[in-house]
Design a protein around this ligand. Sequence first.
Ligand SMILES: Cc1ncc(C[n+]2csc(CCOP(=O)(O)OP(=O)(O)O)c2C)c(N)n1
Ligand SMILES: [Mg+2]
Length: 822
Amino acid sequence: MPKNQNISPEEIRKPQFIGFGKIPVNQYNKTIEEEKKIYTRDDFISIYNDMVVIREFETMLNLIKTTGEYSGIAYNHPGPAHLSIGQEASAVGMAFNLDTDDYIFGSHRSHGEIIAKGLSAIRHLDEDSLYTIMITYFGGMTLKVVEKDFHGDIKKLGMHFLLYGALSEIFARENGFNKGLGGSMHAFFTPFGIYPNNAIVGGSGDISVGAALYKKINRKPGVVICNIGDASMGCGPVWEGISFATMDQYRTLWEGEYNGGLPLIFNFMNNLYGMGGQTMGETMGYGILARIGAGVNPEMMHAERVDGYNPLAVIDAFRRKTEILKEKRGPVLLDTLTYRISGHSPSDASSYRSKEEIEAWQEADSILSFGKILIDSGIASQDELENITGETRELLSHILSLSIDDNISPPLNLDDDPDCIGRMMFSNNSADSMENRQPDVIIPLGDNPRIRSISNKGRFHLDKEGKPVSKARLFQLRDGIFEAIIDRFYKDPTLAAWGEENRDWGGAFAVYRGLTEALPYHRLFNSPISEGAIVGTAIGYGMCGGRVIAEIMYCDFIGRAGDEIFNQLPKWQAMSGNLIRMPVVIRVSVGSKYGAQHSQDWSSLTAHIPGLKVVFPATPYDAKGLMNAALQGTDPVIFFESQRIYDVGEMFHQGGVPEGYYEIPFGEPDIKRQGSDITILTIGATLYQAIKASEILEEKYSISAEIIDARTLVPFNYKPVIESVRKTGRIVLTSDATSRGSFLKEMAQTITELAFDELDAPPVVVGSRNWITPAYEMEKYFFPQPDWIIDAIHEKIMPLQGHSVKHDFTSERQIDLNKKGI
Ligand SMILES: Cc1ncc(C[n+]2csc(CCOP(=O)(O)OP(=O)(O)O)c2C)c(N)n1
Ligand SMILES: [Mg+2]
């Protein structure tokens, strides 16, 4: 059923004013006597202890970076260390009441948050669960180190484990929480609810929204906290994430228990600076960051500024705000005011702020002030607090010596296993579904109107008499993709899909027609026009354990999701030490007819990035089989679809497109036409131009061309291509991508290297021109045409008897065009 929310001109054109309510700023005013009724003595001591542990941990790192030693232990750490000395109260306050079902995401400056959340998780877990987590993590290799000669209880062991796992990660050791592949800016530990920290400023701004969606859509307990800096409020992914998280539809359209806001807090750790830029007074205009919430939705995102120099104020705010989330009234925006006493990094000379300012904040230091409150109110003695500091120093010296010992904590052994990082890029799993429960659907699969109409369609392009099937009766490429997707929606309860026109409209190019009738809102919904967040939320959803299909309407728009596609989606599996799974399929439609900003094939850009699987089917049979494989796997897949061929029928696979389930393995090119004189390797829709060229070559020049459809760009098995070249001695490569720097060039170079002795001529690339894509009327001058392929063969590979060229493919022209940059 399409939604029915009529927008009446009469109503909407009425005059009115928008009113804004008050946003609380530093309104916490409880006395310690009042707080004593809430917290036990142990709670107070824990809060103090956790702040001291963070402070000492980072002081140790600072000393190592600046003096090369800590407590007489020398070490050189060449990597980054963005310290949060001064910000401890905000981290401890944030984490204090969270348990392992609550997930935090962070930034480049998240050591403090990791430690605070880890210590809080240890406190919340029972001993058995804690020990199970530690003993099973990477087969217990991290635990083994801290367990040796350890005396104490499991909780204390947990603390050793946390600090050792985090520090070894920062020092790029295999025993680190992410096998040393995350490092200081990305370290995380999901069993404690510590999700990826992000070195890209604002990177968590949309990923965390996906995590909250995962919890909501799959009815998982817990909330999500997105810890990001004040300066990240200038970043696109943060704004897009906020838009995505505050869509009206969660309340207006999502039904039953799915109705209501996301369990998410955007927690801005507001230290008032973004490197050297002062966010209040210089680089931003919000004055008080919490103001931003006022404009976003009528609830003003329940925005509030809280004094992050007082841990009790922060705990109080988080307690109140998580209640709001539990009532499904989220998301929330918190402006947690704090100060970074340390430099941005240890090499920062703090030239952008005055000594007086730093000293004033040092004087107000949260650990000193909180310690004083504890002493003055009789909760702890000076000696007790000093003991905490002394014991922490001792513990950290011990942890440091374990982490830097090359025998105890070596880095990954790339000498013995040179491919180990490479292998961690992918999981290469096969999983019918990500969870075992009944999927939420509205109607039985057999009742679906699209399924019914498809059942009457011709699954091969010719009928039994060998006559072409009419377009209206033909099973098209878009039907192949649809069949694979709807099948998975009925198999995998976690599968959800979103994009700009996914519901009602039926997907921008009608691939999803029939899904709206089948699926409730929480499994298929329209997103804001936020390509970054469309992909970013899919990443967060995937890394938490859900399978997802996100749609980018035109390939040209992947630029808008650049960071998400290039920096986030491909990397988290490896940066987790291959523990995280990323069952995320990004469907990208490659346009035509719509000119320079809607008709570009950018598959090469994605194939260049390690960690993505890249697919580009050109036939209905391949489209269905490859989509099935994409949805069966748990790796990120960029699934390209050409708008030129959404309506083609199956011409190659005898028997047509099977009705049942089948997979086409990634990486295997397919011979679409047998031949003996020349090989033509195609990517995407150009297959059909190559077929026409091969028919002309046969008829006019008696040349038999073998056509290989790459089908997948990454991974790719070169063997069948080399086999073909061994037979033909010649190869042309063609696709709709502009030729300079394209994946065709990569393939041509690789084939030259692998089959040099088999080749009679160099591989020749026939791509699109290195221009803007012109209007439809001029497209034939831009995209490869059959006669281009023939001219290129004539001029570069073998003269064709009696052929006269129309297009200049000579070496001279190639040099000239390159010289001109076209
Ligand atoms: C997209 C991006 N741009 C620039 C940087 C370089 N950089 C690292 S931290 C930082 C400042 C971030 O400020 P804020 O978000 O307030 O966090 P803080 O460092 O204050 O904790 C910058 C500009 C980056 N890592 N990512
Ligand atoms: Mg900042």
